[in-house]
Design a protein around this ligand. Structure first.
Ligand code: SDX
Length: 381
């Protein structure tokens, strides 16, 4: 008789196919990323963030009129419920912006009359509210938390540029407008990454879209995922000069620590998003001494890590210098990731609700079995 083959747990679910999707495809072997079949290089060069959101939700690019109607629908949705604005004033000092965001987005469900309606039509309306409100929550919170006046969204501008102007209080110049649009396009979706998977598992119980997105924000915060971009900037600040890179990186590797912003579970070659962000961080850093130094350090780190570990930068590595150049404070970097990824999360929740089966994997029990019950007086440590 054949010995029983014990199934083994796949650590980190590596290469496990959890579901079919038509939303995003990460071709890790060839370093390519597609949104609904359109390659990221074409979208980065030619598409606005709103075109990408429309594409992820509808599996096609919008016509000019559809895009105008879509913008007319979502920009007014950047307005936040009054009680949420008041809550911002009561957030204790020192709270991480991702902790605020997780609570604030969950709170939005209190003010949405359609929260409990999982129909495709209601989900599509809630998705539009979320895509507009997540960036608005971040910008409005930052302004209130720092005693600054609130900036109203400009109906003639898109989500990404409105986010930046509402956050900084300044009208961004051409290069900054292009850089923030690129950041939003590049971060919009990325297959079954941990936060998207968290959203899908939650949606698969038929919990509402706000519950699913709250789970996603929780997952994104971790430094192995979206939290890496903040740690990249902290690393750049810690190194100080390009000449100190080799010792610093070798020290991290000698302690078997992870270099933040490098490596990827799926990409076995360069992350195509890093290529675009590398170029932009050089462009937007030009002229600023500190930023140019961070860019020079980044380039030296990239060379050193490639030489010693043979791994590549991911989306988070150059996102740090781009965000620094745009005037975003370091502890807000991961919220900017969430401000864009809300597009992918909502697309995946709608796809899950439209053709659902509860996601419920199994586990391999490796404890003692069976164990006889012991009465209290007989128990020993
Ligand atoms: C994002 O999934 C997505 O798509 C995510 C994302 C998206 O858009 O949603 O792309 C966004 O989260 C990007 C990743 C951001 N995280 C970081 O930059 C954190 C640093 N990176 C690593 O922790 C790591 O690369 C992961 C977590 C991203 C992937 O880890 P894996 O697939 O579990 O790989 P591993 O930890 O098992 O490492 C495999 C080998 C090891 O070598 P050995 O110890 O076996 O010799 O590669 C080495 C690791 O040491 N390695 C690294 C490394 N990443 C992998 N060594 C040093 N530094 C690193 N960053």
């Amino acid at each position: 008789m054949e010995p029983e083959v014990r199934p083994v747990a796949v650590r980190g679910l590596e290469d496990v196919i959890a579901a079919d999707t038509r939303i995003g495809y990460v071709d890790g072997a060839n370093g390519k990323l597609y949104y609904a079949g359109y390659e990221i290089n074409d979208l980065a060069k030619h598409a606005s963030y709103e075109e990408c959101v429309f594409l992820l939700w509808n599996d096609r690019l919008p016509t000019k009129k559809e895009l105008m109607d879509f913008r007319a629908e979502i920009i007014p949705e950047m307005t936040l419920p009054r009680p949420l604005i008041q809550w911002f004033r009561r957030v204790p000092r020192g709270v991480h912006p991702m902790v605020m965001l997780r609570s604030a987005i969950s709170d939005l469900a209190l003010y949405d009359k359609e929260t409990e309606d999982n129909s495709l039509e209601a989900n599509r309306r809630k998705a539009a509210r979320l895509v507009a409100k997540v960036p608005s929550v971040i910008a409005n919170f930052y302004r209130i938390y720092n005693g600054l006046d609130l900036i109203e969204p400009d109906p003639k501008k898109g989500i990404a540029v409105n986010f930046l102007r509402m956050f900084t209080g300044k009208e961004p110049d051409k290069k900054s407008r292009e850089a923030i649009e690129l950041m939003f396009v590049l971060h919009a979706d990325h297959g079954f990454n941990a936060s998207t998977f968290a959203a899908r598992v939650t949606a698969s119980t038929l919990a509402d879209i706000y519950a699913a997105v709250t789970a996603a924000i929780g997952a994104l915060k971790g430094p192995l995922h979206g939290g890496a971009n903040q740690r990249v900037m902290e690393m750049l600040e810690g190194i100080g000069s390009p000449d100190d890179v080799e010792d610093y990186i070798n020290g991290l590797l000698a302690r078997r620590e992870r270099i933040m912003g490098f490596g990827h579970r799926v990409y076995k070659v360069e992350d195509p998003r890093a290529r675009h962000l590398r170029k932009y961080s050089e462009d937007v850093c030009g002229g600023d001494v500190a930023c140019s130094r961070y860019y020079a350090i980044s380039r030296r780190i990239e060379q050193q890590v490639k030489k010693t570990k043979g791994i590549y930068p991911n989306v988070d590595f150059y996102s740090a210098t781009v965000q620094h150049a745009l005037g975003i404070p370091v502890d807000y970097y991961t919220t900017v990731f969430a401000a864009s990824r809300i597009a992918g999360w909502t697309a995946h929740v709608m796809e899950q609700h439209a053709d659902n089966r509860l996601m419920r994997p199994r586990s391999q029990f490796v404890g003692k079995l069976p164990r006889r019950f012991v009465q209290m007086e007989k128990r020993k440590k």
